[in-house]
Design a protein around this ligand. Structure first.
Ligand code: PL4
Length: 411
């Protein structure tokens, strides 16, 4: 008989989002919706999944991309590392400003989404490499590391070898960098999922300094960078001097352009990045990507190019503004009820605190009393206990209805 990969047994229970879907289904089965009573309909402010249509210029790019495939001149096959025009456009739109020396296209790899690259990136580091994460954090960093065999998996009460850096109210949701182990890979997300906190320039400067002093590599997840409205907050780690020697950045079209189902992202791996032994990380990443990834869909890439045109960038702004307005509604509804929360101003997530409560219990109570699905903070790590994440991805009418129903939670 074939042996099971022991890392699978090392994973903690189920993956968070399917578990929430399961609990929602269970609740729905026990409390069926009555179509004549809109208040019985379950509304989701749980998973961060876009709901609004892709806007016209970007849609036209997708359509054109598909049409080209039906012509002799326009047909294209594999595009392993991504369309050169798209790589150039990403370098120009996201990384060309006074603070950043331009990237060339060999440093920008097109992917089928940030999550997929986060999974593949683990192959750069062997089982001996320690992994550190912000706690709470997007579960893929921990579960992906365990699956890849990093730090030998789960033993007892924690992922042995995976270091959790608490991000709490006490430290303003920015970790104590003295806890960062030497020579580790740190997954860092800003704007943060789930807390909605955005690291300041000073915080990121300290982060880069700590990584360089300790020989660490930062995997910077900037999937929500287009939600930043405060001009003083960095949108990319590469705005920080020295980051090219210690950071990889992953990003995505999912949340700015509504491509969660289309699937398109990118990863920046600077040529300056080296291992302890001096080999180039960029060369290894090209090798890994070339070996186990056959490139993003060329239709998606045509859509991505359109999204980065002048008109497309206006659409990104319009779409992210819409979700940020949802976030403002949720935040204000919570505050009116006396529930303390952060996030939602430069991020689509609101992190609400329910002191002394178990977050799965609060999740169940909100579902029962308000018929609103949320995400329990404990699902993102131990420091998420007593918090609930509200996602601003939803139709406006649903968000407004959910905000009104929240009154039932306190009454
Ligand atoms: C549910 C910090 C959402 N099934 O779409 P991608 O792969 O380019 O980006 C995924 C992603 C990457 N980085 C961060 C993210 O928060 C996400 C998406 N997270 C959420 O609710 O936390 C969707 C989750 C999806 C999943 O498991 O990723």
């Amino acid at each position: 008989m074939i042996k099971r990969n022991p890392q699978l047994a090392a994973l903690k229970a189920g993956y968070l989002f399917p578990e929430i879907a399961r609990r929602r289904r269970e609740f729905a089965a026990a409390h069926p919706e009555d179509p004549s009573k809109p208040e019985t309909r379950i509304i989701s402010l749980g998973v961060g999944n876009t709901t609004e249509p892709i806007l016209p210029c970007t849609t036209a790019g997708l359509v054109e991309g598909a049409k080209k495939l039906g012509t002799a001149e326009g047909y294209s096959g594999y595009q392993d590392e991504g369309l050169p025009e798209l790589r150039e456009k990403i370098a120009e739109v996201f990384y060309k400003n006074d603070a950043i020396k331009a990237f060339n296209i060999e440093e920008i790899f097109i992917s089928d989404g940030a999550k997929c690259d986060i999974g593949r990136l683990q192959l750069l580091f062997g089982r001996e490499t320690r992994v550190a994460v912000q706690d709470p954090s997007y579960p893929v960093y921990v579960d992906g590391s365990v699956l890849a065999g990093a730090a030998n998996g789960w033993i007892g009460t924690g992922y042995e070898g995976i270091v959790y850096l608490p991000c709490t109210q006490e430290n303003n949701f920015f970790p104590d960098l003295s806890l960062l182990p030497e020579n580790s890979v740190l997954y860092f997300c800003s704007p943060n999922n789930p807390t909605g906190a955005v690291a300041t320039r000073d915080q990121l400067t300290r982060l880069v300094e700590a990584a360089r002093n300790k020989g660490c590599l930062i995997v910077f997840d900037a999937a929500y960078s287009e939600y930043i409205r405060d001009p003083d907050l960095p949108k990319t780690i590469f705005e920080i001097s020295g980051a090219k020697e210690c950071a990889i950045e992953v990003n995505s079209f999912s949340k700015p352009a509504g491509f969660t189902g289309v699937r398109l992202g990118w990863t920046v791996v600077p040529k300056e990045l080296r291992y302890q032994t001096g080999e180039s990380i960029n060369t290894d990443w090209a090798r890994i990507a070339g070996t186990i990834f056959n490139g993003a869909s060329n239709i998606a890439q045509a859509g991505g190019l359109a999204a980065l045109s002048v008109e497309g960038q206006k659409e990104i702004r319009q779409l992210s503004d819409f979700y940020l307005q949802n976030a403002a509604l949720i935040r204000s509804a919570l505050q009116k009820l006396g529930i303390a929360c952060i996030g939602g101003d430069n991020s689509p997530y609101i992190w609400a605190c329910f002191p002394g409560r178990d977050s799965w219990e609060v999740f169940a109570e909100i579902l029962e009393k308000c018929r609103v699905v949320t995400t329990p903070g404990a699902g993102f790590g131990p420091s998420g206990q007593s918090f609930i994440r509200f996602s601003a991805f939803g139709h406006r009418a649903d968000v407004e209805a959910a905000c009104q129903r929240l009154i039932h939670f306190v009454n």
